[in-house]
Design a protein around this ligand. Structure first.
Ligand code: COA
Length: 547
């Protein structure tokens, strides 16, 4: 063999082996160590508490409203959804714990179930009123959740199915839900815009739909109504009687026969909920399938390490950071991670991986953000934006470095560059808040205001402008008073921050798309990447960076 060729062959093999060694993350975790065991014990308690909270809103068999509803032979909102989606597929529910700590805990899931299900092979946004929660009426969080689901449909070109049974606005809350920009009217504005964008809008009327509830099927492209069960009217019989003195039954006023034979407000009459669901599925047989603009590898490797080990890796100690490499190793295909600038700005870890066969750029915190880490992050985000590679933000950040040294080095302008890049990138962004989220770090790491396509939090997450202890110091310093008042004030502030920074407080107000069990992180990112592939990524156009 030619000696030169031989040399090149050796070189090639050397490089490939070396590359493989570099890219496969090796876990340093010892599952029998005291540290792992104590983290695991603490996290299991957090997960048990999370599961209990979920169960209490999902499984409400003994709730009198559910008993009354089922006594009429009707399905619950989540049962309707499971009957609608393809067999052996999963419903990816959003914001299950919305409104969980508001309205005396009476608006379970904010009275509406939203998420993504697959119907005839098509990823679809499903929005179902829960008639067992105050007649399926809308408070502020119900509207926010409904609008967010429509936004996800718009951004990812997903058809919408509305399973409607709603008394419209929750009347005592009218001042918070009726007239402002993102109030009730926005639902119908969105339906019109989605329809115009070629995104199918299908409604199934499963019960009484009054006032605003009536507009949802009326604004849909196609609608189905169940005989002797579904009604659609702007005002119900009592109001008609009061307004114009007319006596009429609900069925005669706006039942299935009226709307499919006389008014044309609905298109198909079903004999039962089950038949309505079959009709809806048959409509999907003739919907165009969205074309995927990026194809994932069909066969991909699972991570080398079990996701359940995440329970022993995450911890609640403020004194040290959660080792991000251990988390990445349990999320990405084959635990392979090609790190970018591994020796520079090490508190921010950046690099390429695949998740469920799709290439992604990962931006992950491993400490406070310094100027170098922000510059590295900006460089990496620009690179992904130009190459059109989706970005995954693994978010655990207490903020940017403070102090004279950092300020003089220009931390504000370097942080601003990263915020610019995150705001202007056109690639899909998925954010997972797995620890802390404070200060401008929240912005630089694609917090909610930076429009990530999906944002999930882990139940241990803490989100607030700064930590409780720091806020207590700042506020008690700026307020004058004696030492006793000073200590009282500090304690009050810490207590308030403790409560308001909890993941449950945030999800209640829909600052995220839901709290997830850490073991489901890879699956939820996979979902986000799959739906985002329905849309072309536009060319990157940066703003002006302060140099
Ligand atoms: N605003 C505030 N509360 C409402 C409401 C509304 N629009 N619609 C229903 N509720 C409340 C009821 O007061 C009741 O609360 P309670 O259990 O604390 O007493 C609860 O929701 C369930 O209502 P109920 O009437 O018992 O249930 P139902 O299943 O028999 O009927 C409706 C549900 C929605 C068909 C019926 O309540 C109704 O017609 N509501 C009025 C709808 C309306 O006129 N909306 C106009 C809004 S713009």
């Amino acid at each position: 063999m030619n000696a030169q060729l031989d040399l090149r062959e050796n070189l090639k093999f050397f490089k490939i082996d070396k590359m493989n060694d570099l890219t496969v993350l090796k876990s340093k975790i010892k599952s029998n160590s005291e540290d792992f065991k104590s983290n695991h014990k603490e996290t299991i308690q957090i997960i048990d508490d999370y599961n209990e909270r979920l169960q209490s809103v999902i499984d409400r068999k003994s709730d009198s409203y559910v008993i009354k509803h089922k006594s009429k032979g009707k399905l619950e909102a989540r049962e309707r959804i499971s009957a609608l989606i393809d067999k052996k597929t999963e419903f990816y529910e959003f914001s299950t714990l919305a409104a969980n700590d508001l309205y005396d805990g009476k608006f379970h899931s904010a009275g509406i179930v939203t998420g993504i299900g697959i119907i005839q092979g098509i990823e679809t946004v499903i929005i179902a009123n829960d008639p067992t929660v105050k007649g399926g009426t809308y408070v502020k969080e119900t509207i926010k959740k409904h609008l967010r689901a429509q936004e996800i449909a718009y951004e990812n070109l997903l058809p919408c199915v509305y399973i409607v049974e709603s008394g419209g606005i929750f009347l005592p809350e009218q001042a918070n839900v009726f007239a402002d920009r993102d109030h009730f009217g926005k639902i119908f504005y969105n339906q019109s815009r989605l329809s115009a964008a070629g995104i199918p809008q299908i409604a199934m009327v499963m019960g009484s739909c009054t006032a605003g509830g009536a507009y949802i099927p009326a604004m849909s492209d196609q609608s189905i109504i169940v005989e002797n069960q579904g009604t659609i009217f702007l005002a119900g019989p009592p109001l008609v009687k009061a307004a114009i003195g007319e006596t009429v039954t609900a069925e005669d006023l706006g039942g299935a026969y009226v709307h499919t034979h006389l008014s044309g407000v609905a298109d198909h009459m079903a004999k039962s909920e089950e038949e309505a669901i079959l009709l809806c599925r048959s409509i999907f047989e003739n919907l165009p399938k969205p074309k995927k603009t990026r194809t994932a590898q069909e066969k991909f490797e699972e991570p080398l390490y079990p996701a359940k080990e995440l329970y022993g890796i995450i911890h609640q100690q403020n004194s040290r950071w959660i080792d991000i490499y251990e988390i990445i190793a349990r999320i990405v295909d084959g635990s392979k991670f090609q790190e970018f600038k591994p020796d520079y700005g090490k508190t921010l870890v950046t690099g390429f991986s695949k998740i469920m066969g799709q290439i992604v750029g990962i931006v992950a915190n491993n400490g406070i953000l310094f100027s170098e880490s922000a510059l590295k992050g900006t460089h990496f985000i620009e690179m992904c934006s130009v190459r059109k590679i989706p970005l995954i933000f693994l978010h655990n950040i207490t903020g940017f470095m403070v102090g004279k040294d950092s300020e003089h080095k220009g931390i504000a302008k370097d942080g601003a560059k990263m915020v610019h890049a995150v705001a202007n990138t056109n690639v899909p962004k998925i954010t997972i808040i797995f620890g802390k989220s404070h200060g401008a770090g929240n912005y630089a790491m694609a917090g909610r205001a930076y429009n990530p396509n999906l944002l999930f939090t882990w139940p241990n997450a803490k989100i607030s402008v700064m930590g409780g202890r720091q806020a207590a110091e700042v506020l008690s310093t700026v307020k004058n008073g004696n030492q006793e008042n000073h200590d009282d004030l500090k304690n009050q502030i810490m207590e308030k921050y403790e409560q308001e920074s909890s993941a449950y407080f945030g999800t209640s107000r829909i600052w995220d798309d839901g709290i997830i069990d850490p073991v489901d992180t890879r699956k939820m990112i996979g979902l986000g990447l799959s739906i985002a592939a329905n849309k072309e990524i536009p060319d990157y156009k940066p703003g002006i960076y302060r140099m």
